[in-house]
Design a protein around this ligand. Structure first.
Ligand code: SF4
Length: 205
């Protein structure tokens, strides 16, 4: 298990309080099911595919240099991208290498097959879920995809890991939603049991 290589675009070390608890190393996967209008990481789906194929063991050997930072701060590795839950076998294999010593976090849109979420629920300590907006029309206009799978997967993840391990991102997205719409999303999500929110605004230049 976990020997298959996955496409990795970047490894960013020594991050603090930006993507998970403690000192983290952010690992960005190639591949994303969405096409967000203001995507900051279009390399995740560009045709040039300038990624590196790594196995979990190869990634482990690169990030283990920060073991002391991770352990001292309660940090670890955050998988992002792109969509990390398209690579759950890789994440499961990586978890088997680092055990419980490091905190494993996934930054995900949850727009992936439900079985991937089931695997990730066992392999990750925390989920930063980029819900964007719960309104189906806004979501489709902004991402090009339907959000019913996202909301179903979020409910299932919540039932599996509990609200303390889920942080939901709800951005204000210029020209797509507004504060009133965001408050509607918050109300809906609180109604299903979500308690932790990251509220911010996309700055479009
Ligand atoms: S989910 Fe993230 S990586 Fe994927 S298209 Fe949207 S902003 Fe870009």
């Amino acid at each position: 298990m976990g020997e298959k290589a996955s496409p990795i675009l970047w490894i960013s070390r020594h991050r603090l309080a930006t993507d998970g608890q403690g000192v983290t190393t952010l690992v960005g996967f190639y591949g994303c099911p969405l096409r967000c209008k203001y995507c900051l990481n279009p390399r995740c789906f560009s045709d040039d595919k300038k990624y590196t194929l790594l196995t979990p063991a190869e990634l482990y050997s690169k990030v283990v240099v920060d073991d002391l930072y991770f352990v001292a701060t309660g940090g670890g590795v955050t998988f992002g991208g792109g969509e990390p839950l398209m690579h759950v076998e890789f994440i499961r294999g990586f978890r088997s290498l680092c055990g419980d010593r490091w905190r494993i976090c996934a930054e995900t849109c949850l727009g992936v097959p439900t079985e991937n979420v089931l695997i990730a629920a066992k392999a990750c300590d925390e989920f930063i879920v980029d819900v964007k907006d719960t309104d189906g029309e806004i979501y489709r206009a902004y991402t090009g995809k339907d959000n019913s799978l996202v909301l179903e997967n979020l409910k299932m993840l919540l039932s599996l890991v509990g609200s303390e391990r889920i942080l939901v991102r709800l951005p204000l997205i210029p020209r797509y939603n507004d504060e009133e719409k965001r408050q509607s999303s918050i109300a809906l999500l609180k109604g299903i049991g979500i308690t932790r929110f990251d509220l911010f605004e996309y700055i479009i230049k």
